[in-house]
Design a protein around this ligand. Structure first.
Ligand code: P6P
Length: 347
């Protein structure tokens, strides 16, 4: 066959997934789960972009398990994600930021994979049409944990108990992780453990098109994304770190501050330009604000696959085993040299 690159040799997410399956990197069940997630993200992209037109801005009038006012789109995005995963027939358990406890998919629909997700992170930005995103991670069932969960006669205490042990796995067990950013472009970022791939939604025909392969985050970057409104609540070591970023130093140029208030937007810029995003613990939030299971762990898997680092300030995020599904941890994530630097200040 001709080795000449054929014109219009466009790689879509669908063809990329099939290639990974043919290469034995993922199995056909994972292919279907990832395809169903990309469908959910396309639906959410459409809902987000038309929110003011279809009266989907504003609050739902309910409070979620996090104690946060649910936005209308939080609820809708959660239903879209759950329905797509359920109808894939390849998902056994789902855990969502918007659900109190993990949910076992009904038997006749259920498959093996455990999917954790934040269906619409940064949703407080929706009404101002600022970037938001969906974040997900995929695990195998946590069989070894099932034994621990057995009561004395060897059967599981409850479906809910089985769901929780299946979901509470360290990020190092992740088989796949990704996010979809709803911004000036709709960007789908994915790793299945062989590097980080970036797809851009072509609205002309509704497909995610491969636009970057094996992304490598710069080893250093003079951009920091912290909410400095919390400065007075931070401990002194962290204050010293952030103060140090403002000194011009030998280069004569201090760091630049960039903060979108949406993890997916701040993370994506950090992944491509380098730098660091941080959500520290403070006097108000003892463990920071971000959730380990479906925000910090998937993002840390992605950043490590791109040669970066994800830490709680002292240890690797991927080494932390959740003890409950909405557990929060401090997060410092981005270029290796930048995360190393903050860890030194916090030691
Ligand atoms: P703050 C959005 O609610 C979120 O979970 C992340 O997407 C974002 O980075 C962070 O919280 C913003 O929190 O306290 O700075 O408004």
């Amino acid at each position: 066959a001709s080795s000449k690159k054929r014109s219009y040799d466009i790689v879509t997410l669908t063809t990329w997934l099939l290639k990974q399956e043919q290469a034995g990197v993922i199995d056909n069940e994972m292919t279907i789960v990832l395809a169903s997630i990309s469908t959910a993200c396309k639906q959410i992209a459409s809902l987000v972009q038309r929110a003011p037109i279809s009266n989907l801005t504003g609050v739902q009038g309910a409070v979620n398990v996090q104690g946060e006012d649910q936005k209308k789109l939080d609820v809708v995005s959660n239903e879209v994600f759950s329905n797509c995963l359920r109808s894939s027939g390849r998902t056994g358990v789902i855990a969502s930021e918007e659900e109190d406890v993990p949910v076992a998919v009904e038997e006749n629909y259920s498959g093996n994979y455990v999917v954790v997700f934040d269906p619409l992170d940064g949703s407080s930005n929706i009404d101002a049409a600022v970037s938001t995103g969906s974040i997900f991670g995929i695990y195998s069932p946590n069989d070894e944990c099932l034994v621990d969960a057995d009561d004395d006669n060897g059967t599981l205490d409850s479906v809910e108990q089985r769901c929780i042990v299946n979901v509470c796995q360290p990020g190092s067990n992740l088989l796949a992780a990704g996010y979809c950013m709803y911004s000036s472009s709709v960007i789908f970022v994915l790793t299945v453990g062989t590097g980080v791939y970036v797809f851009t939604l072509d609205p002309m025909y509704g497909e995610f098109v491969l636009t970057q392969e094996k992304v490598q985050i710069p080893k250093a970057g003079k951009i920091y994304a912290f909410n400095e409104g919390n400065y007075a609540l931070w401990d002194d070591k962290l204050k010293k770190y952030v103060d140090s970023l403002k000194e011009p130093g030998d280069s004569g140029k201090p760091y630049s501050a960039r903060y979108i208030g949406s993890l997916v937007g701040d993370f994506h810029r950090t992944l491509l330009y380098g730098g660091i995003y941080g959500y520290p613990r403070d006097k108000k939030s003892k463990n920071g604000k971000l959730r380990l299971l479906y925000e910090c762990a998937p993002m840390s898997f992605i950043v490590e696959q791109a040669g970066g680092k994800g830490s709680d300030g002292h240890q690797r995020i991927l080494d932390i085993t959740p003890t409950e599904i909405h557990q929060r941890v401090p997060l410092y994530i981005g270029s290796v040299e930048e995360v190393d630097k903050v860890e030194k200040f916090l030691a």
